[in-house]
Design a protein around this ligand. Structure first.
Ligand code: AMX
Length: 467
């Protein structure tokens, strides 16, 4: 079936005139009957009140000191943001609303016959702080399936990108162009009261998350499957299952991997580049599509999300140079060569973590269960033994341990998704869950325009009394 036939949704017409708020509320598709929206709405007043009271009492309390090194050093360790959805402990790793990854794997609803959590459940948890029931998760799956269609101009745009345009550029551009659908932008231009911003932000967040797999699968098919159709969305399937089908993967184990993958890449508190960029751009009241596109442009950097592509490129080069069976000594030499040429070892190190990333560990557990004898998985295990001591010996790397990106590509390769330049798009689809949940809360709490103060070196020297 031709793509143009699959996507029959009409473009929203451009609204320039000022309409009353009652018209605005009719713009939203996730109306008050949405279970998740109602659960969120019930949480907001108490949280608004809590923050108001807290600020009233402790607004002037100091939470840390800023050093000159922090200002030049990428603001490491500087506490300057409030993010509700998750907290990253340097020693333990991520907790989503207080729950570790193993706890989420245990507590969040799964698909029938599945063992991994459904990302829909994690989104509910991130947004509301509550572990949802199976029925609640199903209602989210249904809403995302119902809203997965793309406007025709986005399909046309995707179909006309040149094959040499990186998948992340295509992804980000399509997300930007999707802002034709923003009910937030429309409501704002129509003069909606700021106390209602979160409602439109929520509606956009739901629509955006629903549409991301369709965007991502269209990119995949165009680039790697000669533009063969992505097929129709099945309203009875969960978000990940529909995504896998659109990509063209029928293996139920791959779908399980995707459920895990899309859950664990979702959120990593507020300071990472993609989350921070989304939050920053959103603070200008740019709509959620524009804000998320900004986050994706950050995710596309090799020190952040593109590291999952970089790992596979690096490992592939390693195998080409050294062959299949490699000794520890050969690995060491290859790593030294990487470092000597002024490059980083991709997949290792972290700006906050000081231990092995639990997102790495849970992927390793998945591999041990499903692909214990895979040669590439074994190589990843060998690297775990060889890389950290070498990085430690440099004397400057603060965290020599592997991060999430050291493992993800190897699993994808096993299930025959070999196109490594696509991997960051998968990361991006998942990251929407965390940063969109945070953006809704940003608007619910009325967080203002973000605008920290910068200084020149001259001004800073004067401030600290330097000669
Ligand atoms: N290989 C080689 N050198 C590394 C290194 C690595 N994996 N990790 C850190 N270093 C170097 C830094 O480049 C820096 O060198 P410099 O002083 O000469 O500039 C020095 O060690 C100190 O860096 P740091 O304080 O330990 O790390 P950071 O907070 O500045 O950076 C990160 C963190 C992730 C960018 C860095 O560890 C890195 O480049 N890792 C490889 C890329 C990667 O895997 N990124 C993905 C991170 C997870 C994610 O966001 N998806």
């Amino acid at each position: 079936m031709a793509l143009s036939k699959i996507f029959s949704a009409p473009l929203l017409s451009k609204v320039q005139h000022v309409a009353p708020v009652s018209v605005c509320s009719r713009l939203m598709s996730s109306g008050p009957d949405s279970e998740l929206r109602a659960a969120l709405a019930a949480k907001i007043p108490a949280m608004q009140n809590e923050v108001k009271e807290f600020r009233k009492q402790y607004g002037a309390t100091k939470v840390g000191e800023i050093t000159v090194d922090m200002m030049y050093g990428g603001m490491r360790g500087m506490k300057g943001l409030v993010t509700e959805t998750s907290v990253l402990d340097p020693e333990e790793g991520i907790r989503f609303r207080g729950y570790s990854i193993p706890e989420c794997q245990k507590l969040l609803p799964r698909a029938a016959g599945g063992e991994e959590p459904l990302p829909e459940g994690l989104f509910w948890l991130l947004l509301t702080g509550e572990v949802p029931t199976e029925a609640q998760v199903k209602s989210v799956s249904k809403e995302w399936a119902d809203r997965a269609d793309l406007p025709s101009h986005v399909v046309t745009m995707l179909n006309n990108f040149p094959a040499n345009l990186h998948p992340m550029s295509q992804f980000s551009a399509a997300i930007t162009a999707l802002n034709s659908e923003s009910t937030f932008a429309r409501a704002y231009s129509e003069g909606v009261h700021k106390s209602k911003y979160w409602e439109y932000c929520y509606d956009d967040a739901i629509a955006l998350i629903a549409k991301l797999p369709t965007v991502a699968a269209t990119i995949y098919r165009n680039l790697y499957r000669d533009g063969s159709g992505i097929g129709a969305i099945n309203p009875d399937l969960d978000w990940s299952a529909n995504f896998c089908r659109m990509l063209g993967y029928e293996d139920s184990q791959f779908t399980e991997l995707m459920r895990l993958y899309l859950t664990i890449h979702s959120d990593h508190e507020g300071g990472n580049v993609s989350a921070h960029a989304t939050h920053l751009v959103g603070s200008a009241l740019s709509d959620p599509y524009l804000s998320f596109a900004a986050g994706m442009n950050g995710l596309a950097g090799p020190l952040h999300g593109l590291a999952n592509q970089e790992v596979l490129v690096w490992v592939t080069r390693l195998r080409q140079e050294l062959g299949g069976d490699v000794t520890k000594e050969q690995l060491k030499e290859f790593i030294f060569k990487t470092l000597k040429s002024g490059q980083v070892v991709p997949g290792y190190g972290h700006a906050v973590l000081r231990k092995t990333d639990p997102r790495y560990t849970c992927q390793r557990e998945f591999a041990l269960k499903h692909l214990p004898d895979d040669p590439l998985f074994k190589l990843v295990g060998q690297l775990y033994e060889v890389v950290p001591p070498i990085l430690m010996d440099t004397g400057k790397v603060k965290n020599p341990w592997p991060n999430v990106d050291a493992h993800s590509g190897v699993l994808l390769q096993y299930y025959k998704m070999t196109e490594m330049s696509y991997y960051t798009v998968l990361f991006g689809v998942s990251r929407a869950l965390g940063v969109m949940a945070s953006l809704v809360w940003d608007r619910a709490l009325g967080l203002p325009l973000e605008r920290p103060k910068s200084m020149s070196t001259e001004g800073l020297k004067k401030l600290v009394g330097a000669a």
